[in-house]
Design a protein around this ligand. Structure first.
Ligand SMILES: NC(=O)c1ccc[n+]([C@@H]2O[C@H](COP(=O)([O-])OP(=O)(O)OC[C@H]3O[C@@H](n4cnc5c(N)ncnc54)[C@H](OP(=O)(O)O)[C@@H]3O)[C@@H](O)[C@H]2O)c1
Length: 323
């Protein structure tokens, strides 16, 4: 089969198409013939050698795909060859075939094209699992950083569908406008004082839940932006991993800080999250309450170009590789 490989870590140019052995479906697994592969920011880090795959996972980049079932491993009963599917992966998605534990494979939402569906499950699984974990409820105030990224576009719509009052940050005027179009009550330029803007918009209360993709750089500001009993959940470290947490402020606000990574979770947790996504997020997409993000498609041969685009800061929504 063909796959996008990188013989060494480095810039986008290290990515190239090569012939590699086709995997097979082991017991409890499904082999997928890939239609399209979602591109994620984590892929850029892995290409640079800064985010190695978990033990036992494929060295090939790629955390999500859509496609058709090519073969069914022993012990898997509810799938048939040629059925359409999407899958959440620990790696191996930038390839024509990938083998994956059956629990991480779900049917795509109805009426969503198979190529578009390749970019849904990583963000849906991340957003749904984290907002469930911190118990975001209808009527609460929610803030997501990077409202027009893969995570942000989904998180704004998902939280709004839960009945939360949603705010977002973004870096450019047209992105702020897009956040509002997606359902944010308001959006704030992250180059400015977004904590003050959020406070003003919430009569001083702040956010009950913050979904943070920045990490250390925003830790003090996020804590300032949290409401009493607020929950900060850190899922990205674009602004560094080591910060100072004011425990006095955390205590006074009765607040909590959690951090989660989807990729390293064991198979049974991923399966439970995929089932949750099918049950809760897909019906929202099917009902038109969540629209798949704007997408830019590249042929898999142009994976390097897709990586440059995502790194540029110009991208909106999802980037997808087609086979
Ligand atoms: N922990 C997990 O399980 C998990 C799962 C999926 C993703 N992630 C992480 O979540 C992050 C976002 O993923 P993604 O797929 O959404 O990536 P993406 O599509 O590349 O989006 C990145 C976002 O970060 C925003 N951003 C950059 N600098 C910012 C700043 N100083 N303040 C506020 N926002 C800023 C960007 O906003 P502008 O475009 O407006 O500059 C953009 O919306 C990545 O770090 C990724 O690794 C974690």
């Amino acid at each position: 089969m063909r796959a996008v490989v990188a013989e060494t870590s480095g810039p986008p140019e290290v990515l190239r198409i090569a012939e590699v052995p086709t995997p097979s479906a082991g017991a409890g697994e499904l082999l997928i013939r890939v239609a399209a592969s979602g591109v994620n920011r984590a892929d850029l880090l892995q290409r640079q050698g800064r985010y190695p795959p978990p033990r036992g996972a494929s060295e090939i980049l790629g955390l999500e795909v859509s496609g058709w079932i090519a073969s069914v491993g022993d012990g898997v009963h509810d799938w048939a060859v040629d059925e359409k599917c999407v899958a959440l992966l620990a790696g191996g998605g930038y390839a024509e075939y990938v083998a994956v534990p059956a629990g991480q494979v779900v049917r795509p939402p109805r009426d969503v094209g198979l190529v578009t569906a390749s970019g849904l499950i990583e963000v849906a699984a991340t957003v749904a699992s984290n907002l469930t974990q911190v118990g975001l409820r209808a009527g609460e105030t929610f803030l997501v950083h990077g409202g027009t990224g893969g995570i942000g576009t989904f998180a704004i719509q998902y939280a709004a569908a839960l009945g939360a009052r949603v705010f977002a940050t973004a870096g450019r005027p047209h992105k702020l406008e897009l956040c509002r179009e997606l359902g944010a009550t308001d959006a704030f330029d992250y180059h400015g004082d977004w904590v003050d803007a959020l406070r003003k918009a919430t009569a001083g209360a702040g956010a009950d839940v913050i979904l943070d993709v920045i990490g250390a750089k925003y830790l003090p500001s996020n804590l300032n932006a949290l409401a009493l009993d607020g929950r900060l959940v850190v899922i990205g470290l674009q602004g560094g991993r080591t910060g100072t947490l004011d425990l006095g402020k955390l205590l006074a606000k009765r607040a909590s800080v959690t951090a989660t990574g989807l990729r390293g979770r064991p198979v049974d947790q991923k399966a439970a999250i995929c089932a949750e996504v099918s049950r809760t997020a897909w019906p929202l997409i099917e009902a038109g309450r969540i629209k798949p993000a704007a997408e830019t498609r590249y042929h898999a041969e142009d994976a390097a170009e897709a990586h440059r685009h995502l790194a540029s800061g110009e991208a909106v929504g999802k980037l997808i590789l087609t086979w």
